[in-house]
Design a protein around this ligand. Structure first.
Ligand SMILES: [Zn+2]
Length: 117
C-alpha cells in the first residue's frame, strides 16, 4: 500500500485513540492497567504531531478539513461502497490493480478511501 495512504490511516487511528481517551469508561480501563490517561493522551498527541509532520501538506490540510467536517476522514471501501457516504464508487476505480497505490478520495463525499480486499 502507498505510504501516504498508510500514514493517513494511521493518523486517523491515532485520532480515534485520542478521542477514546477522552471517554470516561476507557479512561477507567487505562487506570486499571496502571496507565495515567493524561500521560497516554500527551504521548498520543506527540505521536500524532510527529506523524502529521511527515504527511504531505496538501493531504494533511484535506485530512484536517474532512475530520473537522465529518469526524472521520479516511474510510474503507466495502463491496464497492464508500463506507463514509454509502455511495457506489465508479467502476473505473476498480479497474486498476494498484488502486491502493494512489491516494484517492470518494467522488461523492470527498473522504480519503482505501480498499481492504
Ligand atoms: Zn463517500
Amino acid at each position: 500500500m502507498n505510504r501516504a495512504l498508510e500514514k493517513l490511516i494511521s493518523l486517523h487511528d491515532l485520532d480515534v485513540m485520542i478521542s477514546d481517551l477522552a471517554n470516561k469508561d476507557i479512561s477507567k480501563q487505562e487506570k486499571k492497567l496502571g496507565l495515567s490517561p493524561d500521560t497516554a493522551a500527551k504521548q498520543l498527541q506527540k505521536m500524532r504531531d510527529e506523524l502529521a509532520s511527515t504527511i504531505d501538506r496538501k493531504h494533511r490540510n484535506l485530512y484536517d478539513q474532512l475530520a473537522g467536517h465529518y469526524g472521520n476522514a479516511v474510510v474503507p471501501v466495502v463491496n464497492q461502497l464508500c463506507s463514509g457516504c454509502f455511495t457506489q464508487l465508479p467502476t473505473a476505480f476498480f479497474a486498476s490493480p494498484d488502486r491502493n497505490d494512489q491516494v484517492e478520495t470518494c467522488p461523492s463525499c470527498g473522504r480519503f478511501i482505501y480498499w481492504c480486499d
